[in-house]
Each structure stands twice: as structure tokens, then as C-alpha cells.
Write a protein that binds this ligand. Structure first.
Ligand code: PLP
Length: 382
């Protein structure tokens, strides 16, 4: 039963669960309490903060724990836009957590520019910088796209924006584990990560906020996270995030080698069986994308549009878990905003399958998935 939806979520690594367990059971203290149980919880939270910081080349005071990637993205956009009033520049291929936050800011009177990506799915540095113009701006560009896997030129965008006095956020939720997240190398001021995409628990994430970045809290009512995010800390979850991120960094080369092999195998199989019927949304040049995502779409045939929902349901009935574009949009009939922004027409975008492999995916599962898509397509398009 191949599970090829790791971009939606990953299973919890037993090594992560093991480290979380004591904080879900006997070490239940509130990290703000001054007694021994509280201090134990505080120690766990602060050590998790140091471990997360070390993985991305930050210092611990720059890490704000959140309930996941969505909250980290929202916090970045609202936090900086409200504190600075800077115009916001982002791309229409961003995750909804950035895009909707930008639209909310626009409704509230902020200046917001949303730039179309290139056909590859990544925004071009030139177009982002053109939207920034001469002045200072707050730019948010994702590190790697969650639907098609394309890697954005974050560093070149960030260095030029920051030279002009601006601030830069990147959503690294999908690139965590696959790419180096050193914040100085990326030259960013803010960076979002989420634990459940890297074999950690759901409902845990972090926002890196470079020291000195003007920032307004979004959740108020508690002094936690240096007043940048109120609320009793989820001790087990942040411990899980730290362990998951450490493992992702330690095992990155081995995981990437395995995932690249699977990706080549999948692309080869799909080309052999379905080459005339499909288009690859993921760039085929390996350096342009993260290795675990392969997205394909089926343009209409002489018999009309291909029913994407039927493809997905039939794949599921055959035991292959994949998604249509992104998990956040599957279930809805609307084609993915990312694929539309890349220039796909609606019927083609609506007939999309995203395969996303994991560190434990086996080669036989890839072969089974490709063969299942071949059979499913033959049935659905007949
Ligand atoms: N950003 C990207 C690129 C994502 O892929 C996701 C999840 O799909 C998110 C943000 C949201 O993260 P979370 O599920 O932790 O809220």
C-alpha cells in the first residue's frame, strides 16, 4: 500500500516519539511554573530551542515556537507588516498560509504586490525585485514549492532586498530536510518550519526571527516566547520538532540520495508508460527541485478533459495514496492556484497527481504507483 503523500504529512519517526514520550506522561509540568516540575519542562523547551537554532545556524533567542507552518507563516507576515508598515511583496505560487495572510494585509490597507511565478513554479528574482522597486519592502518567497517542488532563488532575492534595507521571509516547510537551511547562507530575516513534514509531530513548528527584526506579536496574553507568541508551550511537541530536525540534518545526504533514486525511477516509469498523455509540472533538471516531489498533469484528450478526482479516487482504491496538487486543496474541485499561476489551463491543472516520496519509501512502491497510474488513466480517460 504505497503512501506517496509525504509532502502532506510524514509518519512520526519512532526515535522522535521516544524523546517526546516522557513529556506526554510523567514530565507534565508547565514551563512557566517555578517549581521543579516546571523547571524541568522549561529546560526541555530551552534545550529544544538551542537544538533547532543550531540546525539552521541561528541563536536560540531567534527561535519562536509555533503550532506549525501555517502559524509560522501568518506570524511572519503579520508580525513584520504590522511592526514596520513596509509594503509586502510575494508570489502567487506561495502556500495559502502566506498568500491569504498577504491578502488579509491588503484588505487592511497595506500595500501588497503578488507576483506571478515563472512556468517552473519559482518566482524569478528579477520580477520580485521589479515589484520591490527602489524602496524598502518586506518580501516573502518560499524556499521550495509544496506542489511541484521547484526551488526558489531565495539567496539572490534576499541579498538584494536586504541591501536595499528591506526584510525577507522564506517558508522552508517543504525544503527542511532536503536543503540546507542556514539562515545566513540564505540571507533571510525570517524562516518557517513545520515538524510534521520531517517525521515529527503535527501541530509543532517554528519561526526564525533574526535578532533586531521589528516584530509585533500576533497571539497576546502570555509572556512566552519572549512575548512574541503567547500561550503555554507544547513541551513534547517542541522536543519532537528539535529531534526531527536534528535527524533530518544528520541524515540529509543519505535521504536525498535515496529520494533522488526514487524520483528518477518514478519519472522513468511514467515517461515509459504515459509519455504522450502527461506533462511534468516538476522541473526535470534535478538541481531545480527538491527530490521528494513529482507532480504530473493530464491535458485534455480528444475525448475531453481528464477527471482528476476520479484519477485520485481510483488510485486510492488501488491502495496508492497520492494527492491532487496539494492536500490543502484536494477535496475541493478548484484546481490548484500554484498550477494556474504556472500557466496551466484549468482542465489540465484539475487533472494533476502529486507523488511525494519519503525516506522509507521502497523502490517496489514506486513501480507499483507508476503502474497503477497507467492503469487508472487508461480507465478514467476511456
Ligand atoms: N507551507 C508549506 C510550503 C506547506 O507545504 C505547508 C503544509 O502543507 C504549510 C506551510 C503549512 O504547514 P502546517 O501544516 O504545519 O500548518
Amino acid at each position: 500500500m504505497p503512501y506517496l503523500d509525504h509532502a502532506a504529512t510524514t509518519p512520526l519517526d519512532p526515535r522522535v516519539l521516544e524523546e517526546m514520550m516522557p513529556y506526554l506522561t510523567k514530565h507534565f509540568g508547565n514551563a512557566s511554573s517555578v517549581h521543579t516540575r516546571g523547571r524541568r519542562a522549561r529546560h526541555a523547551v530551552e534545550s529544544a530551542r538551542e537544538r533547532v537554532a543550531a540546525c539552521i545556524g541561528a541563536s536560540s533567542g531567534e527561535i519562536v515556537f509555533t503550532s506549525g507552518g501555517t502559524e509560522a507563516d501568518n506570524l511572519a507576515l503579520f508580525g513584520v507588516a504590522h511592526a514596520t508598515g513596509l509594503p509586502v511583496v510575494t508570489s502567487s505560487a506561495e502556500h495559502e498560509a502566506v498568500l491569504r495572510a498577504a491578502e488579509r494585509l491588503r484588505e487592511d490597507g497595506h500595500r501588497v504586490a503578488i507576483v506571478a511565478p515563472e512556468p517552473s513554479g519559482a518566482p524569478s528574482a528579477a520580477r520580485i525585485l521589479e515589484a520591490v522597486g527602489e524602496g524598502e519592502a518586506f518580501v516573502s518567497v518560499m524556499h521550495a514549492n509544496n506542489e511541484v517542488g521547484t526551488v526558489s532563488p531565495v539567496r539572490s532575492i534576499a541579498t538584494r532586498c536586504r541591501d536595499a534595507g528591506g526584510l525577507v521571509h522564506t517558508d522552508a516547510v517543504q525544503s527542511a530536510g532536503a536543503l540546507d537551511l542556514n539562515v545566513d547562507e540564505l540571507a533571510v530575516d525570517l524562516l518557517s518550519i513545520s515538524a510534521h513534514k520531517i517525521y515529527g509531530p503535527k501541530g509543532a513548528g517554528a519561526l526564525y526571527v533574526r535578532s533586531g527584526t521589528p516584530f509585533d506579536p500576533h497571539l497576546v496574553g502570555g509572556a512566552q516566547e519572549r512575548r512574541r507568541r503567547g500561550g503555554t508551550e507544547n513541551v513534547a511537541a517542541v522536543v519532537g520538532l528539535a529531534r526531527a530536525l536534528e535527524l533530518a540534518v544528520e541524515e540529509r545526504d543519505a535521504r536525498n540520495a535515496h529520494l533522488s533514486m526514487l524520483r528518477d525511477r518514478l519519472i522513468g516509469g511514467l515517461k515509459r508508460m504515459l509519455d504522450n498523455a502527461l506533462r511534468f509540472n516538476t522541473p526535470l533538471e534535478p538541481s531545480e527541485s527538491i527530490p521528494h516531489i513529482v507532480s504530473v498533469s493530464f491535458p485534455p484528450t480528444d475525448r475531453g478533459p481528464v477527471d482528476g478526482e476520479m484519477l485520485l479516487l481510483n488510485m486510492d482504491m488501488a491502495g496508492v495514496a497520492v494527492s491532487a496538487g496539494s492536500a490543502c486543496t484536494s477535496g475541493a474541485i478548484e484546481p490548484s492556484h500554484v498550477l494556474l499561476a504556472m500557466g496551466l489551463d484549468r482542465p489540465t491543472a484539475a487533472a494533476t497527481i502529486r507523488f511525494s516520496m519519503g525516506k522509507d519509501t521502497r523502490i517496489e512502491e514506486i513501480d507499483e504507483a507508476a503502474a497503477t497510474l497507467f492503469r487508472t488513466y487508461a480507465r478514467v480517460s476511456a
